[in-house]
Design a protein around this ligand. Structure first.
Ligand code: PLP
Length: 384
């Protein structure tokens, strides 16, 4: 089975897994148990993890709130900001890009449906790029929150976060950057660029699933989603997930050290796979911004060949995705490709291929062979 679905999740680095196991079995303290040394050791481990995360994204350790992952971080950022504004009798206006992950999009749409916010959706072009002039207009119009991701989880387009943060700051607009696909892959400077809130998930960069963080600029007011023991300055009650947090910290430490070299090697393999597929499959279209996309992203469409026909044939030997299937497993047409205004056969024929640091050259060749043979088989079957 070949794994080419690194946008969905990644295998945990062996060194990270070892640390997680250690903190599950031997160093298992509750970081809030201040009465004994086992609790103190847990607290120290949390502090160390914070410093690794802060170091990777250019933040201060005190800015970090641990969560169960990006979905929770995003909900805390959006709902927490909205609740705070409502407490001050403000009816919030939010601008967000049309290609945000559902964690952002559906949170905002739910709040709109409840009559609690007014939304402005920022359009993208055919390569999923955002128009900065339009974004600036939205900021100038007096919005209360701007949401733009750092990199797209379907087509891999990387957004100019530094410029976006600068525009948001100019108009005093809090800026939430969903950096789930970008952390550990492209440089991010939270403080220097002036980002207000940033979400990340450990399992997107070789850490464990179910743990992540929201990085929040000091002074940005938030109301909590969860009430309880008042952990994490009252913003996220609940016993800290110590093994997960240690794993997240270790994954960040390793990305800081290895990101540049790993991403260069991943890009080379992705380019090789793109060349092999383009040569073998006539009519193949590469989606997204080829000048500015994640190194491990290859998003293709084969017009006339429904993606479901390809996935059904390869699913036991090659893990790839349509990129748009929701967690219920019900396939919906990609809102990202729709927002990019792509033709219906491009949308229906789209496949997301994701490479990572464990992808080998032999796997690249094998994946290209499986995909091209499958496409030829589907074409032959459709011609009958
Ligand atoms: N945002 C983006 C861009 C993502 O790719 C994902 C995961 O696919 C999420 C948010 C949600 O992350 P999680 O499922 O870890 O909460």
């Amino acid at each position: 089975m070949l794994f080419f679905d690194y946008h969905s999740t990644t295998p945990v680095e062996p060194g990270v897994a070892e640390k997680v196991l250690l903190y599950m079995t031997k160093e298992f303290g509750n970081a809030s148990s201040t009465e004994h040394a086992i609790g103190d050791a847990a607290e120290d481990a949390v502090k160390e993890a914070k410093s690794h995360i802060a170091n990777l994204v250019g933040a201060s350790p005190r800015d970090i709130i641990f969560t169960s992952g990006s979905t929770e971080s995003i909900n805390l950022a959006i709902q927490g900001t909205v609740q705070h504004l409502e407490n001050k009798d403000i009816h919030p206006r939010i601008a967000l890009s049309a290609v945000e992950h559902k964690a952002v999009l559906d949170t905002c749409l739910a709040l709109e449906e409840q009559g609690r916010v007014k939304l402005s959706i920022l359009p993208v072009d055919t390569q999923a790029r955002i128009d900065l002039a339009q974004l600036e207009q939205a900021c100038a119009s007096g919005i209360h929150l701007l949401c733009v991701m750092a990199a797209n989880n379907e087509v891999g387009t990387i957004y100019p976060v530094k410029k976006i943060a600068h525009i948001a700051q100019t108009y005093n607009v809090p800026f939430l950057c969903d950096a789930s696909q970008a952390v550990g892959k492209v440089p991010i400077h939270f403080k220097e660029w002036g980002i207000t809130m940033l979400s990340l998930s450990a399992h997107k960069f070789y850490g464990p699933q179910g743990v992540g963080a929201l990085v929040v600029k000091r002074g940005h007011p938030l109301e909590p989603l969860l009430y309880g023991g008042g952990h994490q300055r009252g913003l996220r009650s609940g016993t800290l997930n110590l093994p997960g947090i240690v794993g997240l910290g270790e994954a960040c430490r390793l990305r800081k050290l290895e990101m540049e070299e790993d991403e260069r090697a991943i890009r080379e393999k992705r380019d090789r796979l793109q060349k092999l597929l383009t040569d073998k499959i006539p009519g193949l279209v590469v989606n997204g911004d080829q000048e500015n996309r994640l190194a491990g992203n290859l998003h293709i469409s084969i017009p006339g060949i429904p993606n479901s026909a390809v996935i059904a044939r390869v699913r036991l030997k090659l893990a790839i995705s349509t990129g748009s299937a929701c967690s219920s497993g019900v396939e919906a047409p990609s809102h990202v490709l729709r927002a990019m205004n792509r033709d219906e056969d491009i949308v229906e024929g789209s496949l997301r291929i994701g490479l990572g640091k464990f992808t080998t050259d032999a796997e690249v060749v094998a994946a290209a062979e499986i995909l091209s043979q499958t496409v030829h088989a589907v074409r032959a079957a459709m011609a009958v």
